[in-house]
Design a protein around this ligand. Structure first.
Ligand SMILES: CN(C)C[C@H]1CC[C@H](N2C(=O)NCc3cnc4ccc(-c5cc(Cl)c(O)c(Cl)c5)cc4c32)CC1
Length: 340
């Protein structure tokens, strides 16, 4: 297997293909130094064609986004023919399949997931990014049933900040905001809020508010803003969905209002926490373990890790930190390499 991917030999032990994301193949692998599982997204440059800019967009965005509800990027490798993205492994798959398996979620469970989605989206908006393809297929579940947002290939970082307009019509039609499909200029944050309204409806109902096989009639339904309110929805849930599925983006609830919304606070009594749980300071135990392994002084190792090159050292640091956060020993598996 690794003969097909020589660049990974000795660093990752490749296992089966676990999925595909459009123009990419995703393989399960083990990070050799920590033994931790990772997902490696492999893209063939020739096959990418004019999707190549999406890969560069996604890599640039994910290098800046470090959050408990965003799939972590550990390492990027590029050869003449391929891109590899080493990513956080999410064993429980797509939220989409989870909703289908349960028909629909009750309000309490939907609230837990929706708070995590709001947390991730508030974080990327503050970082100046709009996702533009929010849907249950792009929200994965980790081993603790926590959500991780993926696929930043369509995201946008408007020049001059999130107050500036975007123009490209993109994303999945059923989740697309009326202003986005009408070809007008739009604000990324407002379009993401609409998609989150469609997402919340899908969580609570198990089907989409606007649906049609033919795109033109789907668009007409979206632009009408009219959708069915099933009788199992509580008044509070219906009000929140209505505040998000406002056709006029200026009347639509904002992410700031959403963070503190009574529906989201119910049972928690605290607003959605959107700050990243990752500390900016480097973890002492991880640095020491890496320094010993590579036969370097701790300060040299600290300087090297702080470069954040998204190379094997970045991956090893993040995965050691994952081990520590999960209460596993902060230990590297292989014997220290001979210092060159
Ligand atoms: C829109 N859907 C079709 C897309 C599919 C893609 C494969 C996914 N997947 C599995 O199929 N099996 C399990 C599995 C486990 N861990 C994963 C970790 C990261 C990614 C990942 C991350 C980013 Cl940032 C990204 O851009 C892409 Cl394409 C994938 C996928 C994983 C995964 C599920 C969603």
């Amino acid at each position: 297997m690794s003969s097909q991917y020589p660049e990974l030999k000795g660093f990752y032990h490749l296992r089966e293909t676990i999925g595909s994301g459009g123009f990419a193949k995703v393989k399960l692998a083990y990070h050799a130094l920590t033994g931790e599982k990772v997902a490696i997204k492999i893209m063939d440059k020739r096959a990418l064609g004019d999707d190549l800019p999406r890969v560069k967009t996604e890599i640039a965005a994910m290098k800046e986004l470090c959050h408990q509800h965003i799939c972590k990027l550990y390492q990027v490798l590029e050869t003449e023919t391929r891109f590899y993205m080493v990513l956080e492994y999410c064993p429980e798959g797509e939220l989409f399949d989870y909703i289908v398996s349960k028909d629909r979620l009750d309000e309490a469970e939907a609230r837990i997931f929706f708070r995590q989605i709001v947390s991730a989206v508030a974080y990327i908006h503050i970082k100046g990014y709009a996702h533009r393809d929010l849907k249950p297929e792009n929200l994965l579940l980790d081993e603790d049933q926590n959500l991780k947002l993926i696929d930043f290939g369509l995201c946008a970082k408007p020049k001059g900040g999130m107050e500036n307009h975007l123009f490209t019509c993109c994303g999945s039609p059923a989740y697309a905001a009326p202003e986005l499909i009408s070809g007008k200029q739009y604000l990324g944050a407002e379009a993401d809020l609409w998609s989150m309204g469609v997402l919340l409806y899908a969580l609570l109902c198990g089907y989409l508010p606007f649906d049609d096989e033919k795109i033109p009639s789907l668009y007409r339904k979206i632009q009408s803003g009219k959708y069915e309110v099933p009788d199992w929805l509580t008044p509070e849930s219906s009000i929140l969905i209505a505040q998000m599925l406002q056709v006029d983006p200026k009347r639509r609830i904002s992410i700031q209002q959403l963070i503190n919304h009574p529906w989201l606070r119910k049972g928690f009594n605290i607003p959605c926490e959107f700050e990243s749980k990752y500390k900016m300071t480097l973890d002492e135990d991880c640095l020491t373990e890496l320094a010993v392994h590579y036969g370097q002084k701790r300060r040299e190792m600290e300087t090297k890790v702080s470069e954040w090159n998204y190379d094997y050292l970045t991956a090893s640091y993040f995965l050691l930190l994952e081990k520590k956060m999960k209460g596993r020993p902060v230990r590297l598996l292989q014997k220290p390499t001979a210092t060159d």
